[in-house]
Unconditional design. Sequence first.
Lengths: 378, 503
Amino acid sequence: MSDTTSQSSLTEKLLQRAAPGRAEFEDLVVVPIFAVIVALIVGAFIMLATAVDITTIGRSYVALLQGSLGSLNAVSETLTAAIPLVLAGLGLALGFRAGLFNIGAEGQVVVGGIAAVIVGFSMPGLPWIIHMPLALLAGAVAGGLYASIAGYLRAATGAHEVISTIMLNLISYRLLDYMLGLSWMQRPGRSDPVSKSVVSSAELPRLLTDIDPNLRLHAGIFLMIAAVIVVYWLLFKTKTGFEFRASGENPYAARYAGIRASLIIVLAMGTAGALAGLAGANQVLGVLDRTTPGFSAGIGFNAISVALLGRSHPIGVLFAGLLFGALEAGGRQMQVDAGVSIDLIGIIQSLIIVFIAAPLLVRAIFPWGFARPAGRRE
Amino acid sequence: MDVELRGITKRFGPVTANDNVNLTIRAGEVLGLLGENGAGKSTMMNILSGLYAPDEGEILIDGKPVRFEGPGDGIAAGIGMVHQHFMLVPVFTVAENVILGVEPTGRLDYLDIATARRQVRDINEKYGLQVNPDALIEDLPVGIQQRVEILKVLFRSAEVLILDEPTAVLTPQEVEEFFGIVKSLRDAGKAVVFITHKLHEILAISDRINVLRGGRITGEGDPKSLTENQLAEMMVGRPVSFDVARGPFKPGDTLLEVNDIVVLRDNDEVAVDHVSFHVRSGEVVGIAGVQGNGQSELIEALTGLMHVSSGEIDFLDNDITHASVRERHRLGMAHIPEDRHKSGMIGNFTIYENMVLDSYYEDRFSNGPNIKWPEVLRTAAQYAIDFDVRTPSVYLKADNLSGGNQQKMVVARELERVTKLVIASQPTRGLDVGSIEYIHGRLMNSRDEGDGVIIVSSELDEIMSLSDRVLVMFDGRIVAEFDAIAGPLDKNAIGLAMAGVAA
């Protein structure tokens, strides 16, 4: 009797989760926060070095804050900018977890956008309950298939996905340019490359126009929240997610465990591409209403930063995407109020990633923020 | 130079790796430090070499307390460590490796390689190391590379040498030569700390023995008056049996039939050359052979990880020659892989995830696309208890376990399934006595319950103590078969067959 009780108490003990270590907390929370602070400080120095005076620098950072969080409109802009970044970032995070370094989100955003806009303008008369989901689906499928090409090449021939996705990005740009000149795609009466507009039944409806018709926040935000939940579920609760993560962590062990590596590669690339394609569709159906050359605006590349900053974790990607969205919305305000170029925001975003990638540097700059000096433990 | 550790305590989070340890190291003496994996030997030596700072206690050198702030301080004080894993630059020569970091330089940072070579040669001669200072590291066998590591610490004027599991990578002949070097170091007045979990070695080389268990010193003694059994008991904390208990030999039906298979390596070399054998229910078939004679490829072909070029493998009357890994698992094949770090586990996954690494898809752990994590957790905790995997929690990353516990985790995962055939490759490599005894017992259990068992090991003793039948592989072929049931195995004959001498 006492034997069974001691046995079950032993089981209890093993099932207790060890308190998350201080080091883990530092890596996930403290380092990113400090990275953002350092990036802002270095950004100020860059402005200083380019002969911007101190008061303007101060004003520009105030504008950054106001433009991202200072008003309802600012928050709406932040969220609107964050939606595609989170969607594409989730796809990239999923790929990273499976050991795939997918650089091709940009191209997947483009083909996703193309597919969504075609469905969006070519089927007038459909009820919105069918038309909008169909357009979104088209974007996801197109992005997924496009990414699967790189996945298939990797699985079947060993061609590295970094190379093939970069090339697919280039192909997608030219594909977009080419298609925008096609007679059935180009907007009637225009000679410049602009697609026809999406009909209203395919649009992602704006949510806050009752308060102010200028608020751009649209229903894509629900898509974003749903995607965070689905990717979290997929990665951490399902067999497929377990296979993704096992393949990414240790492909030999995954093979030993009977996981089919080639299938996983194609599947992970396909899912990642679908999310990026969804990001493209979201832009087209929620913000732009049409496609133009360069409509993807670097979302696929910024999403790489978002996925890295979010440590390839769905929740992390959500917060990272919101941060980048805030920087983008605030950056525009900065340009208007202080006359500082929005390019500076690009510099700050990149600096954040540099500091995230160099945690030891951040630890060295803020030694008091961490439990022990860098490099002492193995 | 004498070194004394006084009341050293070191904690890593909730784990106390060293608990109030006292240890004395004397010049001109070999101190044997014995302990299981995870007993705290390496932590203690890392404290001594300055890599870790102790939480409590002090280090005294020749009676004077010292304080080490970093890894450089240990060697500066004359304490040099030779790690189990070498830290050498393969494309550099011996002399270049030895001087790396403390290069003798002239004006304008001119590298004085001639002086370096002369100094290396002097040390060489003094201790009889017999290493050519101009040889490239990548051309040297492991045993000589180890001497280069020793040269490195001697070059940095170490008076105390800590050797961490130095024999793990050596062949029996190399071990003999290595002992000669250790003795010459001792006779030259150096203090040597010899860390190991191999009992016969510690008895052969030490002048004094300390036994560490659970972070504490549990025994101290004179090798002349101690036996292996006494040492093992001190180390494990209970009497240890070196004989494997086994039930009567009752072979049943043939489970696995391998018929004339050929397996090619990636470069089209023949790895397995027309091999045929069978395994019956309730028997242990040992595959002996010097490493690299096709055993690894044979196992990978049996488990579906390597392609079979010709021939046939039948398992439970199914032709599985080209079946997937997963199909073989489903049929009841368990595989304990030879390299747990490379393929047996995922270090960055938790213990519970590793416990279902190849069974997560089974109905008991999954429901549609979902994995039943509560069920996985409960089962993993049960496995950990059943197989004595020592860990504070199943949420811990597998990397944080000691080698023995990692292996027990792998064995638990494989044997807790419904199995028909257990394929164990190097099941106890690098493990301590306690874990070896345990894993051997579990494998025998599988045999007594009617499973077929295949054991591949480079330790002939292990093969001989477990097998009912021994096959010897040489150059891709099975060159000899020995039956342990008919009479005791002839170690000599097996050894000759392993060397390729026709019986």
